[in-house]
Design a protein around this ligand. Sequence first.
Ligand SMILES: *Cc1c(COP(=O)(O)O)cnc(C)c1O
Length: 381
Amino acid sequence: MWKVPLSDVIIAEDEIADVTAVFRSGWLTMGPRTEELEQTFAQYTGVRHAVALSSATAGLHLSCLACELGPGDEVIVPSLTFVATVNAVRYAGATPVFADIKSLDEPWLTAESISQHVTSKTKAVIPVHYGGHCGDIARIRELCEGRDILLIEDAAHATGSRYRGQHLGTFGEVGVFSFFSNKNLSVGEGGIAVTSDDEIAKKLRLLRSHGMTSPTWDRHKGHAFDYDVIGLGFNYRIDETRAALASRRLQKLDGENQHRAVLVGRYREELKDLPLTIPMDDVPTLTNAHHIFTIVLEEGVDRNGFRTAMRERGIQTSLHYPPVHRFSAYADYDIALPITEEYSKRSVTLPLFGHMSENAQRQVVTAVQETFAEVLPKIMN
Ligand SMILES: *Cc1c(COP(=O)(O)O)cnc(C)c1O
């Protein structure tokens, strides 16, 4: 239906073979393939523990619980994020406190914007690595260390992002990655939490599976005869097929992310003379996963008109994101976050994915150029 979709996934034959092998093995959930994924991912990100889960949302929820956030605790979050970041805080009974982003060029929380909201009740911060970018993570970490605030990273966009050689998601107590179908490493549904804190890892493992002291696989292997339930846990397990798929696709991720970087470089070059802002400048010490490519239209430009013209040319666009504090479910928050609101009003996400061809990108660029040259002047008069 789209000439160029916003994002696209190809599951290769070797990946399908891995999944088939899982079905043939007869062991379908939380077994050797999950262990393999956890070991590989821990190594890949450079941490002691990785805990594979049913989703990043589950990972954020369990991270809040493992950090013992609860009623009375305030957790500083962006509003420019997917709602799951903020919901996770509420699942734990804690109170989300929204901070504004830095600017239209740098759409993320900074140490300064966070500081403005720190009170005696602030127990944690959950920054989002928007688009895979490191943002202000080094200074946020300093702030957290200096003020005894826990740092949980929403690294759903940042699988493969490294800042000064250190993988994003490993700067705080715990970091969470998503394997959802439009993410850089996609398997359908799934996620993983990483930490080098043994206690947090232990809690994540317990809570992921009903608070049970021994997983079924351990009992199957004869390592354990029975189990106790020592907390109020959940069923947030991943299954073996998705774990197998994630392990195999992880091997290809850096290559795909490099291709994304080439595409982003070309977008920047081709669009640089148009009256729009391209946020998220490259940082020499950042290897960016480039989860999304967004542009920010000038004030007063008809964004719906822009998106309609793109759609008519077969190009899918999206919005990242409508601000969470403006959703009906968050109507209690009668606050203003001027930069977040401005960015949300004026930004548009263009197609970008790991195997996007030069030809597909050319079609997107041409559609943007035509829209600026022919469509916008008409609808804006
Ligand atoms: C996708 C996403 C999530 C949730 O991930 P799931 O695996 O779908 O639960 C959380 N935060 C951000 C910023 C995301 O983009």
